[in-house]
Design a binder for this molecule. Sequence first.
Ligand code: B1M
Length: 210
Amino acid sequence: MADFNAIAEKLIAGKADEVKSLVQQAIDEGAAPKDILDKGLISGMDEVGRRFKANEFYGPEVLIAARAMHYAMEVLEPKLEAAGVQKIGTVAIGTVKGDLHDIGKNLVTMMLRGAGFDVEDLGVDVSPEKYVEAVKGRKQVLCLSALLTTTMPQMPKVIEAMKEADCTNVKVMVGGAPLTQKYADEIGADGYAADAASAVDVAKSLLKIK
Ligand code: B1M
């Protein structure tokens, strides 16, 4: 019988090769792809998120676990598609115009993917127009990252551009070291996340996913 706990444990430990082969073994044994995802990989990433919030894990451990998840998904993704398993939501993420910091954004991307979201990473130095183009009619959530006090003011510009392009049905979340909930409220963002694990909670709550 497939050992979902072992998949979760190896994922938490960042053992990419072992996670991938355990996932392959579970597939070969006939386990449902959705169970492998939910009870193995996502359960492991949830624990990574919990440890990150509790300061038991730091950026490198999260990145290593996320890389293991990504590696295992290479074998699981085609099976999920074949089984018609839906992603839990669609997200676009990018670092705002003028800002080249991407380590935090990449962590957020990996945690969201680990939680089951379909995430398009737009990269760094993203203009308001590019955000709008990426989300219009195609995404439910837009995540903006900024690490510089000089680039934070790009965020209200993106929100304005979204309104002008009639993208008000897309939820906008903001994050990055200089950001605060107060600033997010002032600029009219729908959500603020202080770190990558909370970004998952906020995205889920914006889309009313339990
Ligand atoms: Co830059 N840099 N940097 N830098 N850099 C900071 C941010 C700075 C605080 C350093 C300092 O002076 N003490 C300072 C900003 C000061 C300010 O404006 N308040 C600064 C500066 C000034 C600059 C330059 C202007 C320096 C210069 O050239 N004179 C320049 C700007 C370049 C540009 O962007 N145009 C610059 C350049 C660089 C490097 C290229 C060298 C490099 C970036 C490499 C890269 O990202 N690929 C770099 C780095 C590494 C840093 C520090 C050291 C580390 C940032 C980091 O990766 N943290 C940083 C100082 C510091 O923080 N100690 C600094 C780790 C990361 C995991 O955390 O990004 O906060 P963080 O992400 C967190 C949360 O914020 C949140 O979740 C993440 C995970 O928990 N989060 C989100 C982030 N994005 C989110 C989006 C969401 C939700 C949550 O969406 C909803």
